[in-house]
Design a protein around this ligand. Structure first.
Ligand SMILES: [Zn+2]
Length: 278
């Protein structure tokens, strides 16, 4: 069995222990003391979990860890606080969603994950934005599933999730055998029972090592092409749609691609022909 040397780490903010409200960057107090304080606290909590995962990976013998700072802001992890030895892909105007991904990675891990939009009781559940649902070839899919299908298309298995218990359960429906670290249990959209950060980080550090050991037994997540992605909003779509989009009804549009990588980047980035990474 091939050992796991290179790991791609997808990260998000809303599944982190201690976070149960939206990133205040869009609120009208974002630039005032309270907003800045709240955001920096969320950033520290996220960075702590990312570090714990990286520590566990290195302890398990992994040599390369590339972290994708993938929360919508594009710049949420605090680089100065990262442990040595990792690399971080961050920023805006991304050429694709999984910055720096390539076939050389042996496993995908996801840290700070929230459940897909409309999951009952899940904390901060959403799919890319609030008030929107995605389906891929008829199956409802959230952000974790999307990242897993993109990586899976390159042959990379999704082996670990930390986050809301509801997100951990969702991950098990996509990747049987995946190892999870539930660091909080959502009770509503804005409410959860949390582990304190020290316990959350210990759990992540331990479980991610277990995931590395099991990686060879977990199959990459794949969706057979051609792939149709439907995007359903609560508000009607505007009269003018993105090129290549097909309107199903007032609330739903559809994108078709040869495979998931293409259909996804068509639907979310307006890039229908984005080539697969090497
Ligand atoms: Zn998210």
């Amino acid at each position: 069995m091939k050992s796991v040397k290179s790991v791609y780490m997808m990260t998000d903010l809303e599944g982190v222990a201690g976070v149960d409200d939206w990133d205040p960057r869009h609120t009208d107090y974002a630039n005032e003391a309270k907003g800045v304080y709240e955001r920096s606290e969320m950033q520290r909590l996220l960075t702590g979990e990312v570090n714990a995962a990286a520590e566990g990976l290195f302890k398990a013998g992994v040599e390369e860890v590339l972290i994708n700072d993938a929360h919508g802001a594009g710049r949420t992890i605090l680089p100065e606080e990262l442990i040595p030895g990792v690399r971080i892909a961050r920023g805006r105007n991304r050429p694709n969603w999984l910055l720096g991904i390539s076939r050389r990675f042996d496993a995908l891990v996801q840290v700070g994950m929230h459940a897909m939009g409309y999951t009952p009781n899940a904390c901060l559940a959403h799919s890319m934005s609030r008030g929107i649902r995605y389906r891929a070839n008829g199956r409802e899919i959230g952000e974790m599933g999307m990242a897993a299908c993109l990586a899976g298309q390159l042959g990379i298995p999704w082996v670990f999730t930390s986050g809301d218990l509801h997100a951990c359960r969702e991950s098990e429906t996509w990747a049987p055998g995946i190892v999870t670290a539930p660091v909080k249990e959502g009770l509503s959209d804005l409410c959860a029972v949390h582990l304190p950060p020290a316990d959350a980080r210990n759990l992540i550090r331990e479980r991610v090592q277990e995931a590395v050991q099991k990686a060879g037994q977990i199959a990459p997540v794949t969706i057979q092409g051609p792939v149709v992605i439907e995007v359903q909003r609560e508000e009607p779509w505007p009269a003018k749609l993105r090129e290549g989009a097909e309107r199903i009804d007032a609330f739903t549009v559809r994108y078709t691609g040869k495979h998931f990588w293409q259909a996804f980047h068509h639907a979310t980035y307006g890039k229908p022909d984005l080539p697969l990474p090497e």
